[in-house]
Design a protein around this ligand. Structure first.
Ligand code: UDP
Ligand code: MG
Length: 144
């Protein structure tokens, strides 16, 4: 048994459609626990930062505009095999290709406005802040 935590986001299209409750019900029925949730209206700068891995993709600017069109609901989910479970609940990126009974099949309008976000795999363990003794030493290539 692998207990994991994962980020889930109910995207602005689903919040505007009023299906937050239905999506949360599916999460709870799957046995996942919601550890945190918040309604957030991202700025364009925040969306560009969040989706930085996609900056070279043709849909990047449009995706960032979509994610800032209204509030979204980021959540922390926890449970056994949470990343895969949440991914299975979401369905394929393109709702036209998503399996029956998935959130994207039932609530998404397009490959862009696809109701929910979730990661594909666990993040590699790596500190975002220079808190380790190594990071605070004068390692080559560091500005400080
Ligand atoms: N996206 C898009 N056009 C595409 C592919 C993706 O607008 O052709 C958007 C869509 O909202 C998707 C997000 O970019 O959820 C991130 O893409 P990714 O390939 O990581 O899909 P996901 O992991 O969300 O299924
Ligand atoms: Mg992805």
């Amino acid at each position: 048994m692998t207990t994991q935590r994962t980020l889930a986001i109910i995207k602005p299209d689903a919040v505007a459609e009023g299906v937050v409750g239905q999506i949360i019900t599916r999460i709870e029925r799957a046995g996942l626990t919601i550890l945190a949730a918040k309604l957030v209206h991202m700025t364009l700068a925040e969306a560009r930062g969040f989706y930085i891995v996609h900056r070279e993709r043709p849909f990047y600017e449009s995706l960032c505009a979509f994610m800032t069109q209204g509030p979204c609901m980021p959540m922390v989910l926890a449970g056994d095999d949470a990343i895969r479970k949440w991914r299975d609940l979401m369905g394929a990126t393109d709702p036209a290709k998503a399996a029956a009974g998935t959130i994207r099949k039932d609530f998404a309008a397009s490959i862009e406005a696809n109701a929910v976000h979730g990661p594909t795999r666990p993040r590699r363990r790596r500190s975002r802040f220079p808190t380790s003794s190594r990071a605070s030493s004068s390692a080559p290539g560091r500005a400080r």
